[in-house]
Design a protein. Structure first.
Length: 207
């Protein structure tokens, strides 16, 4: 009976200590009033964009005549993205690894990742990520849309999605989590091999 009583006392003690630590962390977090970190896509550099079809014709950014009804098409793309992370808080932020996906009409084409890093309070930091797409295949309907967008309109609209996970650090304690979702629409001119439009939206703060 004494052994069970001792175990019960230890359990209650550890539970009390855990609740005490949690209460202290919550009080500190509420005291510093955490704000949503800003993670903005500042620049997109198009290093290469090429489109090829299942027919002998292809579109490499300079061609003006392509097949109008390809059965398949493949897209090769290399873009470098420059993000700016702004921490407006009185405390530092610890970012985890962030992953970004580039999509065409809802179809994932490629991914990029950014290693985790720590950002000091009231600071701004530039973060780079490169997405390389090597001959991503599109089937008939999407292939026809891609060829039409590139050859007729000289504009290929892509979507960049990503989740930036972070934790607010207070006195060596990390908050449960801060989540910033990145959703950017970008338009690329295949002929000019350059960006012509960019608009981003952001969501979060979930603590």
């Amino acid at each position: 009976a004494s052994f069970k009583g001792c175990c019960c006392c230890l359990f209650l003690l550890f539970s009390f200590l855990a609740l005490l630590v949690l209460a202290i962390v919550l009080i500190i977090v509420l005291a510093v009033k955490p704000k949503k970190p800003q993670f903005d896509l500042q620049q997109v550099a198009v290093q290469y964009m090429g489109i090829s079809t299942s027919t002998p014709s292809s579109f490499d950014g300079t061609a003006t005549t392509v097949a109008t009804t390809p059965t398949t098409a493949s897209l090769s793309l290399t873009i470098r993205m420059l993000f700016t992370a702004v921490n407006p808080n009185k405390v530092g932020i610890k970012y985890g690894e962030s992953r970004f996906t580039v999509m065409y009409r809802g179809i994932p084409l490629g991914k990029a990742s950014v290693p985790g890093f720590y950002q000091e309070a009231h600071s701004t930091r530039n973060v780079e990520a490169t997405i390389a797409v090597d001959r991503a295949n599109l089937m008939q309907a999407d292939a026809a849309d891609l060829i039409r967008d590139a050859s007729i309109y000289d504009r290929v609209q892509l979507r960049v999605l990503g989740d930036v996970g972070a934790k607010i650090r207070v006195l060596d304690f990390d908050s449960p989590g801060v989540q910033v979702s990145v959703d950017c629409a970008i338009v690329i001119s295949p002929r000019k091999q350059s960006l012509t439009y960019k608009q981003c939206g952001f969501e979060g703060l979930n603590v």
